[in-house]
Design a protein around this ligand. Structure first.
Ligand code: ADP
Length: 500
């Protein structure tokens, strides 16, 4: 009897394979970082072939560290950085261009051109999304317009499009020798091509944008058998039975299954997701409508999402571009060398501002500087910017729901930072709660996969596995929290209208 489920978590900075047992506990992990390329200002690329090689390798690491084989693995789930776009040759499996990463803003011109006719909300009713560089659709258009001969090859059926889940699934299940070309509803909901109601590609949008439908993957649910792993793999014959975009997977891993339940993930960027159940809610406060998940043939569950482009990546920037720290966790020590932010506010609008502002014209700003400000204050301003941005998206979610959240469930790499989490509780004025398993993204993918094969009996069993590890209660005076937040909002406004 297979005792475990393996999840592949293909993130923005690294690829992990994690083995989970029946109790939802982590048995072993393999992990490799991949190269980040910034060929021009605003461009961010990954090598999809490297990501695939790393995926194979981390699977091997995770299996050998647990001293197990494919016979111990019931099924595989995939979760992935969303929106990142790959196009590859169907016959050779070679990507035709580096993957264009979700943070990449090269498609602003395409966005402006499309928005000139109908505004940035022209596809919002159908797709739930504003026109923005963030989504996979504009990235695919850029490739079709800029890679020589690509449109002709796409029309001839020679090349395939996919987000990273699709790229991995196709390779895992056989690549050019019969790979399955499919995606799940959550990933498809991030392309600008999917009708949120029918969960199918919207032919009218494809026609308007000139996207050949034959290059698109089939849209499946988040929990079903897509295919089996090919024969040269350590996991040959194992079924792949779960796919969820990373934020949706984290929501699932946090067992936020019901309407009103939510989670906030602190990674490269931050992503708040609020489950709205079977109801497709339209935000009036700058959030996206998206799919939460779909289990097999069950009804689709929807969500509202507050996406923040730059949070953990600001810490990376402080490390790599300023050299103020050597490792990301050192930001906390530096922040603790001072009492407060010393009046400094850092708005990391490196790719414009996402939710709830949606200002592509914004650029980063550091304001409130005096001779008094030290690098310790900057470190604080960096951490505080993460918490303030979170407060802005949570306020939008509360306004859409007509009800204030009572607490915030958190996960992701930055929740190891105690100072940040305390400040988060302080500026929100509600408790912040961290679960025992913080690898909720991988866990969610494992859950979706395991449910499809009966490894877990149902949502109740999963709900029972969630347990609290740590809780931060708000300690700051409310008046002080409000004052800081007012200053933050002043700083945010300073970043607008920077790019013409
Ligand atoms: P992703 O899944 O988006 O690749 P992770 O959830 O692994 O990201 O989180 C990594 C991010 O968290 C990095 O951007 C890193 O800078 C940041 N980070 C990690 N540890 C800390 C810490 N202790 N304090 C602040 N930031 C941190």
């Amino acid at each position: 009897m297979a005792r475990y489920v393996l999840a592949i978590d293909q993130g923005t900075t690294s690829t992990r394979a994690m083995v989970f047992d029946q109790s939802g506990g982590v048995v072993s992990t393999g992990q490799l970082e991949h190269r980040q390329s910034f060929p021009r200002a605003g461009w961010v690329e990954h090598d999809a072939a490297e990501i695939w090689r790393n995926t194979r390798e981390v699977i091997g690491q995770a299996l050998s560290r647990a001293d197990i084989t494919r016979h111990d693995i019931a099924c595989v789930g995939i979760t992935n950085q969303r929106e990142t776009t790959v196009v590859w040759d169907r016959a050779t499996g070679e990507p035709v261009h580096p993957a264009i990463v979700w943070q990449d803003t090269r498609t602003q011109e395409i966005v402006d051109r499309l928005a000139a006719d109908g505004g940035t909300d022209r596809f919002r009713d159908v797709t739930g999304l504003p026109l923005a560089t963030y989504f996979a659709g504009t990235k695919l258009l850029w490739l079709l317009e800029n890679v020589d001969g690509l449109r002709r090859r796409a029309e001839a059926g020679e090349v395939l499009f996919g987000t990273v889940d699709t790229w991995l699934l196709w390779n895992l299940t056989g690549g050019p020798d019969g790979g399955v070309h499919a995606t799940d509803v959550t990933n498809a909901s991030r392309t600008l091509f999917m009708d949120l109601r029918t969960c199918q590609w919207d032919q009218a949008i494809l026609d308007e944008l000139g996207v050949p439908a034959r290059m698109l993957p089939r849209i499946c649910s988040s929990s079903e058998e897509y295919g089996r792993i090919e024969s040269s793999s350590l996991l040959r014959e194992t079924p792949v039975t779960g796919i969820l975009g990373d934020q949706h997977a984290a929501t699932f891993g946090q067992v936020a299954f019901e309407a009103g339940e939510s989670k906030n993930t602190y990674g490269t960027g931050n992503f708040l997701i609020v489950n709205t159940g079977e109801e497709l809610v339209r935000s009036e406060h700058g959030l996206l409508s998206t799919v939460a998940f779909q289990l097999g043939t069950e009804p689709v569950r929807y969500a509202l999402e507050g996406s923040i482009a730059v949070t953990g990546s600001l810490v990376q920037w402080v490390r790599d571009n300023l050299g103020l720290i050597r490792e990301a966790p050192e930001i906390e020590e530096l922040a603790l060398s001072v009492e407060d932010n010393g009046g400094a506010y850092f708005v990391p609008a490196f790719s414009g501002l996402f939710a709830p502002y949606w200002r592509p014209d914004a650029r980063g700003a550091l304001v409130g500087l005096t001779r008094y400000v030290t690098k310790g204050h900057l470190a604080r301003a960096v951490l505080e910017s993460v918490a303030f941005q979170t407060r802005d998206v949570l306020a939008a979610a509360d306004a859409d729901a007509d009800e204030a959240a009572a607490e915030l469930k958190v996960d992701g790499g930055m929740v190891a930072n105690d100072t940040l989490m305390q400040f988060q509780a302080d500026v929100l004025g509600i408790p912040v709660v961290r679960p025992r398993v913080v690898e909720t993204t991988a866990l969610g993918a494992a859950y979706a996969a395991g449910l499809a094969v009966g490894f877990w009996s149902g949502l109740d069993e999963l709900r029972d596995q969630w347990s609290e590890d740590r809780r931060w209660e708000p300690r700051m005076e409310r008046a002080e929290a409000e004052r800081l937040h007012r200053n933050w909002q002043k700083a945010v406004r300073r970043t607008f209208d920077w790019v013409d």
